[in-house]
Design a protein around this ligand. Structure first.
Ligand code: UT7
Length: 337
């Protein structure tokens, strides 16, 4: 019998501090009106405090996931963390998360694919389930973007936020779970969205700090152009390959980078706004956190058998789309009980 990798639970965490457009108006030359119309963002969360890395949010998301699914940490075989803002250059943030949650038998590693990292990690984790090798794989998407955002750069500081989400992958033999994927990358896009210093090519120095080279550098309009076309292309391709009509698609789960990119993807797929998961107005672009945070926010509206099309575009360039059939009906929300 064919084994597929199904998402069997979702956990999420966003920090308490809310950075509103109104507060940004006091920090840079911008307006709530410009940010709202150009991006769809109203506020984002920021992780404050000393020695608070991305793992802080990843740990909380995984702990919630384990509690919600009734899973014992020691039963986890593998934990993958998709992040662009690891706690440290090494070791991997996934190792830090595994140790903190007590996933003592899991091996763990990070995946770096910028905003497409969660999709690439989901596809990677699924292979270990589909092969029959492992039974419980956790995929985390987490980023503390505020640690690499220049809050004097008005074009970029308005879009990013901090947050984390995590999903559990388990074997399924009824045809639910990840069914297809189109994943792409093109290194020629490097120059349009990257961090200039801090890596091995240009290690940190007094000069790189003075030049503000440790922040996100983005040529927004160019990235926007590539994102609009490529994210829509792969989502449409996944639909075609699987003979999915717009009626067959229950939900588009898009990376939340800019509402206009999300709208273009939905239009290309022919799906209306009622089928599009959207929380960019609350969280901004949390990079690897966006897709699992959407799944967490909409979990109570998802039903067994729903066809979901996930899509993302990010630095690299990297982009992709995954088609999955949701594996469970809403469960009572433990927080409401
Ligand atoms: O998630 C990974 C992939 N990243 C993305 O998908 C992001 C894609 N890019 C974008 O979402 C958009 O390019 C941004 C939101 C980053 C910028 O929006 P834009 O519409 O592309 O603006 P722009 O950079 O082309 O700038 C247009 C104008 C400029 O003024 P002039 O030169 O026309 O006078 C900017 O200086 O808007 C100005 N501007 C702002 N004005 C008020 C840029 N940022 C701001 C701002 N407030 N925050």
């Amino acid at each position: 019998m064919k084994i597929t990798a199904a998402i069997t639970g979702v956990g999420a965490y966003v920090p308490d501090y809310v950075l509103t457009n109104q507060e940004l108006e006091k920090m840079v030359d911008t307006t709530d009106e410009w940010i709202t119309t150009r991006t769809g963002i109203k506020e984002r969360r920021i992780l404050k405090g000393e020695n608070q890395g991305t793992s802080v949010m990843g740990i909380k998301a995984v702990q919630q996931l384990l509690a919600k699914t009734g899973t014992r940490a020691e039963d986890i075989d593998l934990l993958i963390c998709a992040t662009t803002t690891p706690d440290l250059v090494f070791p991997a943030t996934a190792n830090i998360i595994s140790a903190a949650v007590g996933a003592t038998k899991a091996f763990s590693y990070d995946v770096q694919a910028a905003c497409s990292g969660f999709l690439f990690s989901l596809a990677t984790g699924a292979q270990f389930i589909q092969s029959g090798m492992y039974k419980k794989v956790i995929v985390v998407g987490a980023d503390k973007m505020s640690s690499i955002v220049d809050y004097t750069d008005r074009a970029n500081c308005i879009i990013f936020g901090d947050g984390a989400g995590a999903v559990l992958l388990e074997p399924n033999t009824e045809g639910f779970g990840l069914l297809d994927q189109v994943l792409r990358s093109d290194g020629k896009g490097e120059q349009y969205l990257f961090q200039k210093a801090g890596g091995s090519r240009r290690p940190p120095s007094a000069e790189t700090v003075a030049n503000r080279e440790h922040f996100v550098y983005q040529e927004g309009a160019t990235v926007f152009k590539f994102a609009v076309t490529n994210m829509a292309d792969v989502a449409a391709q996944v639909m075609e390959r699987n003979n999915l009509s717009k009626e067959d698609v229950a939900w588009l789960v898009p990376h939340q980078a800019n509402k206009r990119i999300i709208d273009a993807t939905a239009n290309r797929m022919g799906v209306g706004p009622e089928k599009v998961m959207l929380n960019i107005y609350r969280y901004g672009n949390t990079t690897n956190g966006t897709i699992p945070l959407c799944l967490a926010d909409y979990e109570q509206q998802l039903h067994k058998g729903d066809n979901l099309v996930l899509a993302a575009f990010g630095g690299g360039f990297t982009w992709g789309s995954i088609y999955l059939k949701w594996a469970y009906d809403p469960k009572p929300d433990p927080q409401q009980a």
